[in-house]
Design a protein around this ligand. Structure first.
Ligand SMILES: C[S@@+](CC[C@H](N)C(=O)[O-])C[C@H]1O[C@@H](n2cnc3c(N)ncnc32)[C@H](O)[C@@H]1O
Length: 377
């Protein structure tokens, strides 16, 4: 894949730039559409944490930005669903480069939505910001298409693209009070939407040894899962990030402590569980693929092997049509592919990008395009 750096419009809107304090052109329409309690959608009312950070402080460098913009450039006119809007770094660059696209941007984090609204203001009615989890993506799209939910003014009733840039934003990790980071001492929270659901501390309180060990092993791939789980159980209640980091450090042998901070994978595992990240993706990805228009594209950046595996498996299923025939033999099972891969395997960040953004290190980008079955022979 080639990158289009020289002429890229994002240069005019670097991450963190304040466009204007007004946010009148985009709004949270979801609470009107799906009142909390009826749909499971949570209220987007401000939480104490949201107030801590002004949108203009939201500094997140979008990963694989040129590649993502390039992948959406050829899609037909319609709406791009950004399922993980964050500070709208990807979304604003795509809107600037792709005049045929409108945007519906979803995020469960109010701080991110505030930053995104500022960033998207220059695009006026082309962009709508929705307070939702992406597990609700199907309902957000269906309501928009039926005229009963958020849909940008004048946008064609077509989903031309869906973007998932999974995981957390830099501000979620960097703002100590969010309780995501083992580097800052703060209450052990880790909720992307701090207005709802149990905190990480409460999740730890509710787990038995086997469940905690499984959580650490599956989400954190931690070979020392049992030792760490035993130490955590022995130290409960664990109410702060510093306390958890110390408990983990005390549970691992010295050689393991020399391979980076021992709490890193434990914090990642716990964060994935607190926010139900794998289940959310499992619900959202098929919903996205089912709703794309022909030649529409789905692009996913995953930072965790469990998420990447889920993406790879579902994409393979759509690309082969679920074909069960032996490889290298012609298909005789009648499977109908509905998607094509845009490149083989997963695309990774270049050395140049890694030099300036270490958070891109584990990024794996995969992309598929919906086939137009009427065009096929
Ligand atoms: C890596 S950041 C995205 C950054 C964005 N692409 C940009 O350029 O600024 C991921 C964002 O997705 C949001 N997020 C993660 N899981 C989510 C979910 N299940 N539903 C809605 N938003 C989610 C997080 O709150 C975070 O703001």
């Amino acid at each position: 894949m080639t990158a289009s750096v020289a002429t890229h419009p994002r240069r005019h809107h670097p991450t963190g730039t304040i466009c204007s304090p007004s946010i009148s052109t985009v709004g949270d329409l979801s609470s009107a559409l799906f009142p909390a309690g009826r749909s499971g959608l949570q209220s987007s009312t401000a939480s104490p944490v949201e107030g801590l950070h002004m949108a203009s402080d939201f500094n997140h460098t979008p990963v694989l930005l040129d590649e993502v913009v390039e992948l959406f450039t050829p899609v037909p006119p319609g709406v791009l669903l950004d399922a993980t809007l964050g500070g709208a770094g990807h979304a604003s660059a795509i809107l600037a480069a792709c005049p045929q696209l409108h945007l519906v941007g979803i995020d469960r984090d109010g701080t991110a939505r505030d930053a995104a609204k500022e960033r998207l203001e220059p695009f006026g009615d082309r962009a709508v910001v929705v307070a939702a989890t992406f597990a609700e993506l199907g309902r957000v799209i269906d309501a928009g298409l039926e005229g009963a939910g958020p849909w940008p003014k004048g946008a064609p009733p077509k989903v031309a693209g869906v973007l998932f840039d999974l995981g957390v934003s830099s501000p979620q990790l960097d703002v100590a009070e969010r309780g995501f980071s083992y580097l800052h001492d703060a209450p052990l929270d880790m909720r992307m939407d701090p207005s709802t659901g149990p905190t990480a501390s409460e999740v730890l309180d509710g787990l038995d040894l086997a469940s905690l060990e499984r959580l650490l092993r599956e989400n954190g791939e931690d070979r020392l899962a049992r030792r760490i789980a035993q130490a955590i159980l022995g130290a409960r209640p664990i109410t702060s990030t510093g306390q958890l980091a110390d408990v983990v450090a005390g549970a691992v042998p010295a050689p393991a402590r020399r391979r980076g901070h021992p709490a890193k994978r434990v914090f990642q595992a716990l964060r994935i569980a607190v926010n139900g990240e794998i289940d959310q993706l499992d619900a959202a990805l098929p919903a996205a693929l089912d709703r794309l228009t022909p030649h529409g594209r789905c692009v996913v950046i995953a930072y965790h092997s469990g998420e990447d595996k889920l993406v790879k498996t579902l994409f393979a299923d759509r690309v082969t049509g679920g074909c069960t025939c032996p490889p290298r033999l012609p298909c005789g099972c009648g499977a109908t592919p509905t998607y094509r891969r845009l490149f083989a395997g997963a695309h990774k960040s270049s050395a140049g990008e890694l030099d300036t953004n270490r958070r891109a290190e584990s990024a794996r980008l995969r992309a598929v395009e919906r086939l137009d079955l009427e065009e096929l022979p």
